[in-house]
Design a protein around this ligand. Structure first.
Ligand code: G16
Length: 545
C-alpha cells in the first residue's frame, strides 16, 4: 500500500464533518473538543511533512490553554521551539478545511509547493494538557504521524513550554539542555539556585510563594519540580486540579480579566501570589494590601522588572547591548510611558499572539517580550550570549564586571527562550526580587497602571472586524473606528480598541482611562458600538460589574 492510500484509509477513521471550516488562530486551532478529531489527525500529517521539510523534530501540543475545559486545541512547534511560520499556518488551514475526499490532494499540493522529500525520516514529539479530551485527541495526532510513516513520541502530560523546550533540546543536539522533563527541571532549578546565592539572606517569607495552578497541568509539574528547588523556593500550591475545574474562577486569564484573586486561595495582606494559565505558558502576580485592595502585576510589570534588572547588570558588566521591550496594544499606557521615558528602552508594539512578539524580539540584542496577559519571555541574540560568556572567562575582567556577567549567564540558563513559560518566568521573577532586595509592593510601585477594562462581545461573524496599526485601529466595518474615536474623546487619558479573538468566538474590547469608572464606561460604550455596527448577537452588552 502506498503512503497516500494509507493516509486515505486512516483519515476515514478521523472524518471531517462536511462543511466545517476552522481557521488557524492566534495560537493554532481552538474550539469545542468535539469538533477537533479530524484536525488533530491532519495536524499529525502536517507535523510529519514539516519534520521531513526541516529534517528536524517537530512538536505538537494538544491544549486549549486558557479556554474552558470543554474546548481543546493544537499548537505546532518548529525545530528551535518556536511557533510554526506563517506559510505553514496557511498549509495548516488548507489541510484542516479540505473535505474528506480532497484531503490527499491538499496534502499533495503542500508536498509539491514545499518540494518535500517523502523518504526523509520523521520525528514528532507530542504533549498534552489535563483536559479529559486530550488523550483521544493526542492519539489522533499520533495516527496522523504514523500514517505518513513517521515516528511519533507521546510524552503524555506536559506544560506547553516543556514541550517547546524538549523540541529545541533535541534539535540542538542537547546544547540547549536534555530533552526530558528531568532535563528541564534540572536546568532551571540549577540556574535558580545559582542566582539565589547572590541573595544569601532571604527570609522564609521571601522564599515562600502562593501559586494558583488553574487546576491544570502547571500544578502537576510544579509539584514534580519542587524537590529540584531544594527549598530555595517553597510553594503553597492551590487549585492543583484535585477537585476544581480547569480555568474555572481561577488561573492567569481569570485574574487578569476580572482583576481579582482566584477562588480557592485565602490571601493574607501583603502575601505574594501568582497564577498560571491552563497550559502554564502565562503567569501574573498579585497581592492584597492592608486596606484589602487588590494589586495586579501583569505582563507589563513583569517586563519592566526584568528589563530594569537586565539593564542594570549590563551597565555593571560594561556591555553595550541593546535591550528592547515588545508589547501589544493591550500594554498599559503607563508601562509604555515608563519604559520609554524613564528607562529609555526601545518599545515595539505588535499584533496579539506570542508568535508576533517572539519574531519582533529576535531583532534586538536582548528582546524582552510580554503580553499584558502574562505571556512572554526574554530572547538573547547569539552575539549577546557570546559576549556575556566571554566576559565570564576573560582574565582581564575585573571582579564587578565578572560577577555581573556570571549573573547574566545564570539568568540566561533560567529563561526558557523558546516561548513564554509560567514556571521559568516565576523562578526568574523570584530570583530578581531576591537579588534586588525588592518586595512585591516595591515592585508594584515602580509605576501606576492606568485603570483599564477588557470585555467580550458576541457577534455573528467576528471576521467582519479587520484591524491595522498593530490592532490599534479598526478598518472595518465602516464607521466603527469613527465611533470609537468619538467615545474615546469623552474621557481623560483614554484609549480603546477592538479586535477579533483568535482563540474564542468573540470580539475583544479594551479600554483604559484616568479612573476605573471611566475605563468601565468607555469599554461598555465601545462594546455597544461593536454590537450595533459589527452584527452583535444575543443580548446587548452590559457594563462590567
Ligand atoms: C493565546 C496566545 C496569546 C494570546 C491569547 C489570547 O494564549 O498564545 O498570545 O494573547 O491566546 O488571544 P486572543 O485574544 O486572540 O484570543 P493562550 O495562553 O490561550 O495559548
Amino acid at each position: 500500500m502506498d503512503q497516500f492510500e494509507k493516509v486515505s484509509q486512516c483519515s476515514a477513521l478521523h472524518p471531517k464533518p462536511a462543511g466545517l471550516v476552522l481557521q488557524y488562530g492566534t495560537s493554532g486551532f481552538r474550539t469545542n473538543a468535539k469538533e477537533l478529531d479530524h484536525i488533530m489527525f491532519r495536524m499529525g500529517l502536517l507535523a510529519a511533512l514539516r519534520s521531513m521539510k526541516t529534517e528536524s523534530t517537530i512538536g505538537v501540543m494538544v491544549t486549549a490553554s486558557h479556554n474552558p475545559e470543554e474546548d481543546n486545541g493544537v499548537k505546532l512547534i518548529d525545530p528551535m521551539g518556536e511557533m510554526v511560520t506563517p506559510e505553514w499556518e496557511e498549509h495548516a488551514t488548507r489541510l484542516a478545511n479540505a473535505e474528506q475526499e480532497a484531503l490527499v490532494m491538499a496534502l499533495n499540493d503542500i508536498i509539491k509547493m514545499e518540494a518535500i522529500n517523502l523518504s526523509q525520516d520523521v520525528t514528532v514529539f507530542i504533549g498534552k494538557d489535563t483536559r479529559p479530551s486530550s488523550k483521544a485527541l493526542s492519539q489522533a495526532v499520533l495516527d496522523g504521524v504514523s500514517s505518513l510513516g513517521g515516528h511519533g513520541y507521546d510524552y503524555g502530560l506536559l506544560t506547553t513550554p516543556q514541550l517547546h523546550f524538549m523540541v529545541c533540546c533535541k534539535n540542538t543536539q542537547y546544547r540547549y539542555g536534555t530533552a526530558t522533563e528531568e532535563g528541564y527541571y534540572k536546568k532551571l532549578s540549577q540556574a535558580f539556585i545559582q542566582l539565589t546565592k547572590h541573595a544569601p539572606n532571604r527570609t522564609d517569607d521571601q522564599k515562600h510563594l502562593l501559586v494558583d495552578g488553574a487546576n491544570g497541568i502547571g500544578a502537576l509539574k510544579m509539584r514534580e519540580m519542587e524537590p529540584f528547588l531544594q527549598k530555595e523556593l517553597q510553594v503553597s500550591l492551590h487549585n492543583d486540579g484535585s477537585h476544581g475545574k480547569l480555568n474555572f474562577l481561577c488561573g492567569a486569564d481569570y485574574v487578569k480579566v476580572q482583576q481579582k484573586p482566584p477562588e480557592g486561595i485565602a490571601l493574607n495582606a501583603g502575601e505574594r501570589c501568582c497564577s498560571f494559565d491552563g497550559d502554564a505558558d502565562r503567569i501574573v502576580y498579585y497581592f492584597i494590601d492592608s486596606a484589602g485592595q487588590f494589586h495586579l502585576l501583569d505582563g507589563d510589570k513583569i517586563a519592566t522588572l526584568i528589563s530594569t534588572y537586565l539593564k542594570q547588570l549590563l551597565t555593571q558588566a560594561g556591555l553595550d547591548l541593546q535591550v528592547a521591550v515588545v508589547q501589544t496594544a493591550y500594554g498599559n499606557g503607563s508601562s509604555t510611558r515608563y519604559l520609554e521615558e524613564t528607562m529609555k528602552v526601545t518599545v515595539r508594539c505588535v499584533k496579539t499572539g506570542v508568535k508576533h512578539l517572539h519574531r519582533a524580539a529576535q531583532e534586538f540584542d536582548i528582546g524582552v517580550y510580554f503580553e499584558a496577559n502574562g505571556h512572554g519571555t526574554v530572547l538573547f541574540s547569539k552575539g549577546a550570549e557570546e559576549r556575556i560568556q566571554q566576559l565570564t572567562v576573560d582574565p582581564n575582567t575585573n571582579d564587578e564586571k565578572k560577577s555581573a556577567a556570571v549573573l547574566l549567564e545564570n539568568t540566561i540558563n533560567l529563561i526558557n527562550q523558546t516561548v513564554g513559560d509560567a514556571i521559568s518566568d516565576m523562578l526568574l521573577i523570584e530570583a530578581v526580587l531576591a537579588i534586588q532586595g525588592l518586595t512585591v509592593q516595591q515592585w508594584d510601585a515602580i509605576y501606576t497602571d492606568l485603570p483599564n477594562r477588557q470585555l467580550k462581545v458576541k457577534v455573528a461573524d467576528r471576521c467582519v472586524i479587520d484591524t491595522t496599526d498593530a490592532e490599534r485601529r479598526a478598518v472595518s466595518p465602516t464607521g466603527l473606528q469613527d465611533a470609537i474615536d468619538m467615545l474615546v474623546k469623552k474621557y481623560q487619558k483614554s484609549r480603546a480598541f477592538v479586535r477579533p479573538s483568535g482563540t474564542e468566538d468573540v470580539v475583544r474590547v479594551y479600554a483604559e482611562a484616568d479612573t476605573q469608572e471611566s475605563a468601565d464606561a468607555l469599554a461598555h460604550e465601545v462594546s455597544i458600538a461593536v454590537y450595533k455596527l459589527a452584527g452583535g448577537v444575543g443580548e446587548e452588552p452590559k457594563q462590567f460589574h
